[in-house]
Design a protein. Structure first.
Length: 288
């Protein structure tokens, strides 16, 4: 199955970014620390045309810290500087301007050598929908200047925002997804974290995908959250995963007439608790 999703405003956003590149010194690429590769736009290298880049792994407070360390090593091996942050609480955010300065060290030194006062660093911030761009901008600016929301597609336009005492100017842009997900698992991972709307994929399928993965890699926190008794023995057996989902539904009172579990309601409850971090820290993919 190939998942198609490319709203018109995202086509416009890509063109806007490419039009602004000549004004940009560096780029902040914002990704979700729980799914670093799946939340990276595979078109971004072509779009950014080699601009210096800092990868910000946002929502690191929700990700498995051991897996996050593996991703930091992975990006380093790829020649990219990456920084885990939590934009909601501000953890790690103050380090961002310093990291941008390091990226632009040669350019800044050349300006100083010519007797010039370095102007504000102009930084483009890019990322897929619902990865936390507006929250990060507000944290850097120290005020609510960018619209935020828990659904994709909140940011619709572009704006320059002064941050870090005027040392840095951020250009906010709408989130850009890519035309289609050739690997359906990428689409499901994004749907689990809420990066794409549930109308694109069936909510029960999304929850099924998450329960299958968490049953294999994070059974203990999930079983503790929902008081589950029996871990699946065969993670590829859909009946065993449905059994887990039904148990979750019963624990949360998602019962229809006749005593059957309302799997759609159970799926929504499960995903809501998972996205809210109530099952502890988890990562949906590993680099190795």
């Amino acid at each position: 199955m190939t998942i198609q999703w490319f709203p018109g405003h995202m086509t416009k956003a890509r063109r806007q970014i490419q039009d602004k590149l000549k004004l940009i010194d560096a780029v902040i690429e914002l990704i979700d620390a729980r799914l670093p590769l799946s939340s990276r736009n595979p078109m971004i290298d072509d779009i950014l045309q080699g601009k210096p880049r800092l990868i910000i792994m946002n929502k690191a407070d929700l990700a498995d810290p051991e897996v996050t360390r593996e991703w930091l090593a992975y990006f380093k091996d790829q020649g990219h500087q990456a920084l885990p942050v939590d934009a909601s609480t501000g953890t790690g955010v103050k380090e961002i301007p310093n990291q941008i300065k390091l990226l632009l060290k040669e350019k800044i030194e050349k300006q100083l050598a010519k007797g010039m006062n370095p102007r504000a660093m102009r930084v483009l911030i890019v990322g897929i929908p619902n990865v936390g761009k507006s929250t990060l901008i507000n944290r850097l600016a120290g005020r609510n200047i960018a619209a935020t929301g828990d659904r994709p597609g909140v940011t619709k336009g572009q704006q320059w925002i002064k941050v870090a005492g005027g040392e840095m100017e951020l250009l906010d842009t709408p989130g850009i997804l890519w035309p289609k997900f050739e690997d359906q698992n990428v689409g499901y991972r994004l749907a689990v974290t809420g990066a794409i709307r549930e109308e694109i994929l069936n909510v029960e399928d999304i929850a099924f995908f998450a329960v299958k993965y968490l049953s294999k890699y994070y059974w203990q926190p999930m079983s503790e959250r929902f008081d589950l008794k029996h871990q699946p023995e065969d993670f590829e057996n859909p009946d065993e995963i449905v059994t887990v989902m039904e148990e979750i539904g019963r624990k949360r009172g998602c019962i229809m007439s006749g005593g059957r579990v309302d799997l759609e309601k159970a799926s929504k409850v499960f995903l809501r608790e998972l996205r809210a971090g109530k099952m502890g820290r988890y990562s949906m993919e590993s680099p190795y």
